[in-house]
Design a protein around this ligand. Structure first.
Ligand SMILES: Cc1cc2nc3c(=O)[nH]c(=O)nc-3n(C[C@H](O)[C@H](O)[C@H](O)COP(=O)(O)OP(=O)(O)OC[C@H]3O[C@@H](n4cnc5c(N)ncnc54)[C@H](O)[C@@H]3O)c2cc1C
Length: 402
């Protein structure tokens, strides 16, 4: 049951066995497991006006096309357990993701592969010839000698490919010259010496046939699950039963009222446009590698579902811009400088001392999670902490592995 506001009847907040703050993939997986496997009554409190967190999608009223409100979400995983779990809510399509990038007006395939290399250098190299070329271009500097992101990228893929495909894109993503960014932001830059243009290598890949919004609706559709939208956890917390277990999936620094300082995030701005054409860019995600183009990517959602019979008169696109997040912005990607790592560690210690509150999800653990990782982490938390608490009366704490 999903409600828009806190109503009088909900004030009986004492009657729940478990409270979940946040209705993203992590929070809803916990709620669904607790309700279906243990029969618990679960209250899910969500700050936004919708469930699904950042994977939320809507049917755009102007075009009838399913738009991913927080940017394209491609599902992929290697876990059969997670794949089956999600397929229990809706079947998945056989969509395979491919990314293209535009550099100086020409379109290339990403991640860099044999086709990208040949097209960029105007050659027909074999795999071995391409490897030899890149090895010679990488020779300019070694990874160990690299002092900043630019030097590390050159050590990994050579200067020409770096300057074409990485420099401008990275500068836009971080609003910082790559020479000023630490080398450890990148560990590797994938280069394939084959014509494999698939973006993901996982065993399972696809998109929900009936839309992400259907998955979330069905996850929450249980008589024991009660979702309150437009409600900040901290506003209703004083009304909750003091001993009720809580799974908190909001930002960890916010939980402790930023008492040690704020963790840094990058945020995204999306500029939405309805274009009067049946096909704007011929693909779902187009990157823009050059710094002169202010956005990093354009999403065109119709291409995520070629099997749907969308109308051809207009299409919806999102231009994506990246910047550092202020306190009021949506946190998207952890910045993870050394200062952030130390700060998170300090918050983690505080969290370990909290009784009856478990921290989870990408915000609660200050970590980038793909969707399958969020679901997998929720399964783990449920099995290792919540289920033993409810079935064997184990004390509820975040434990050393958090
Ligand atoms: C731009 C972008 C693209 C992505 N693309 C992909 C992709 O292609 N494939 C993929 O697998 N993953 C992708 N992801 C990752 C995916 O979005 C996450 O894995 C997923 O959202 C994690 O779920 P979560 O529940 O941990 O967090 P969220 O989805 O962020 O959910 C947390 C929820 O908690 C709520 N909340 C926070 N504070 C409070 C509070 N005080 N009170 C009540 N509610 C609160 C928030 O409103 C939010 O709804 C992408 C992420 C981003 C940012």
């Amino acid at each position: 049951m999903v409600k828009n506001t806190l109503e009088d009847e909900d004030m009986t907040l004492l009657s729940y066995n478990l409270v979940v703050a946040g209705a993203g993939f992590f929070g809803l997986t916990i709620a669904h497991q607790a309700a279906t496997r243990l029969g618990l009554k679960v209250l899910v409190i969500e700050r936004r006006g919708h469930i699904g967190g950042n994977a939320h999608s809507v049917i755009d009223p102007a075009t009838g096309i399913e738009a991913h409100v927080y940017g394209s979400h491609l599902f992929h995983c290697n876990s059969e357990e997670i794949w089956r779990y999600l397929n229990g809510f809706t079947p998945f399509t056989d969509y395979r993701h491919h990314v293209l990038t535009t550099h100086q007006g020409k379109v290339y395939s990403m991640p860099i592969n044999l086709g990208t290399i040949n097209s960029f250098f105007g050659k027909e190299f074999s795999s071995e010839e391409a490897q030899a070329l890149i090895a010679s271009q990488r020779g300019e500097i070694t990874v160990d000698a690299a002092h900043n992101l630019e030097e590390k990228a050159i050590a990994l893929i050579g200067r020409p490919l770096y300057e074409a495909f990485i420099r401008g894109y990275t500068a836009k993503q971080w609003q910082t010259d790559p020479r000023e960014l630490p080398a450890d932001i990148i560990t590797r830059l994938p280069v394939r010496f084959t014509h494999n243009t698939r973006y993901f290598d996982d065993r399972f890949e696809g998109l929900p046939s009936e839309g992400y919004y259907t998955i979330f609706k069905r996850m929450a559709d249980h008589p024991n699950i009660h979702v309150m939208l437009n409600t900040d956890f901290f506003e209703v917390r004083p009304q909750l039963h003091a001993g009720v277990p809580i799974v908190y999936t909001g930002p960890i620094d916010r939980y402790f009222d930023y008492r040690l300082g704020a963790l840094a995030w990058r945020t995204l701005d999306f500029e939405r446009e309805i274009v009067p054409t049946g096909d704007f860019q011929g693909t779902s995600v187009m990157n823009y590698a050059d710094e002169e183009i202010p956005y990093t990517r354009i999403h065109e959602f119709r291409h995520l579902h070629p099997e749907r019979n969308y109308q051809r008169e207009k299409t919806i696109i999102f231009r994506e811009y990246s910047r550092f997040a202020g306190k009021e912005d949506e946190p998207y990607y952890p910045v993870n400088t050394n200062r952030d790592k130390d700060l998170f560690e300090a918050y983690r210690k505080l969290a370990q001392r909290e009784k009856n509150v478990l921290f989870g999800g990408r915000l609660g653990t200050y970590r980038y999670f793909d969707m399958h990782q969020a679901i997998g982490a929720a399964f783990k938390l449920f099995e290792n902490r919540l289920a033993p608490h409810f079935t064997q009366k184990q004390p509820l704490d975040n434990g050393g592995d958090f």
